[in-house]
Design a protein around this ligand. Structure first.
Ligand SMILES: Nc1ncnc2c1ncn2[C@@H]1O[C@H](COP(=O)(O)OP(=O)(O)O)[C@@H](O)[C@H]1O
Ligand SMILES: [Mg+2]
Length: 280
């Protein structure tokens, strides 16, 4: 079965503060990657928490295949929907393999024993995220980027249909950033659905089917295809920076870059004075 996670007219406010967002409509569909972008503090993580069921929306509703999230048991929900939070600092001393196997919990029997199938799934997810060589390492000794790939392997091992990932590429080098998005694209082709928060607008432009752009100045995000959402004027306004959008010479996807603020170094166009001395 193909699954859809839907947010309809969702609003959220922390305590009595003004709403982080309101009237948000979003859908995470099998076979698609929804990108969630926007400046710091615009509500991206809050939206993922609401869509994962961790936070209840103040108004509106979040449904999985038409049923409110609250109607699912934790285990039933976890078999379909997985959430990778932004900062995970587990306080346990487990090996990488054990952390990946934690993802199998919604599938394990009453006694919590791992079957041969559970181990096969864990090993496949370690191959997908290129962490086989780390299998026996203590998780707490890994670098930030290595941890991030292990945690991704762990939620892939959960075998959910829909994955909500909060900045999964934040600590990754450029090789692992592109590998991760390429992996998501392959998994989306296989029928998984993703919502991914990212600050990398160029990766979002290239790999996401649809985007939501949250801003600090309006409560309702801008939504559409990457070409519709990623325009110079929209991004410049959202990020309060001079942002230019060209076309990627090979992929033809929007190519986003920020101009240097006036008086702070080389500007766009390259017609300023050449840089001389003082820098190495
Ligand atoms: N637990 C919380 N209590 C109160 N305010 C919060 C809490 N978490 C986040 N906020 C505020 O909500 C807004 C959105 O935060 P967040 O969703 O983390 O933004 P983003 O992920 O886009 O950077 C920010 O103004 C942030 O300070
Ligand atoms: Mg965040």
């Amino acid at each position: 079965m193909t699954h859809t996670l839907t947010a309809e007219s969702v609003a959220y406010a922390y305590e009595s503060a003004s709403p982080v967002f309101s009237q948000v409509d979003a859908a995470v569909r099998a076979g698609e990657i929804l990108g969630i972008v926007g400046p710091n503090g615009s509500g991206k993580s809050t939206l993922l928490r609401v869509m994962s069921g961790l936070l209840r929306p103040g108004s509106g509703r979040v449904t999985l295949d038409g049923r409110p999230l609250s109607a699912f048991s934790n285990v039933d929900r976890a078999r379909t929907l997985a959430f990778l939070p932004q900062a995970v600092n587990p306080a346990f001393a487990l090996s990488v393999f054990e952390v990946v196997c934690l993802g199998r919990y919604p599938h394990m029997g009453a006694f919590g024993a791992l079957s041969a199938h559970d181990r096969e799934v864990a090993e496949r997810c370690m191959r997908h995220t290129e962490i086989e060589a780390l299998e026996t390492r203590d998780f707490l000794t890994l670098s930030g980027g290595e941890r991030q790939r292990v945690l991704l392997a762990s939620i892939l091992a959960q075998e959910p249909d829909i994955l909500l990932l909060d900045e999964p590429t934040a600590a990754l080098d450029i090789h692992h950033q592109i590998e991760l998005f390429a992996l998501l694209a392959r998994l989306a082709e296989d029928g998984y659905g993703f919502a991914v928060v990212t600050h990398d607008l160029n990766l979002a432009a290239r790999f996401c089917d649809r985007l939501l752009l949250l801003t600090n100045w309006r409560e309702t995000p801008i939504s559409g295809t990457p070409a519709e959402v990623l325009t110079g004027p929209r991004l410049s306004e959202a990020y309060a920076a001079a942002i230019r959008v060209d076309r990627h010479p090979v992929t033809d996807a929007p190519l986003i870059w920020a101009e240097t603020p006036a008086g702070n170094g080389p500007s766009a166009g390259g017609d300023g004075p050449p840089l001389e001395g003082g820098r190495s």
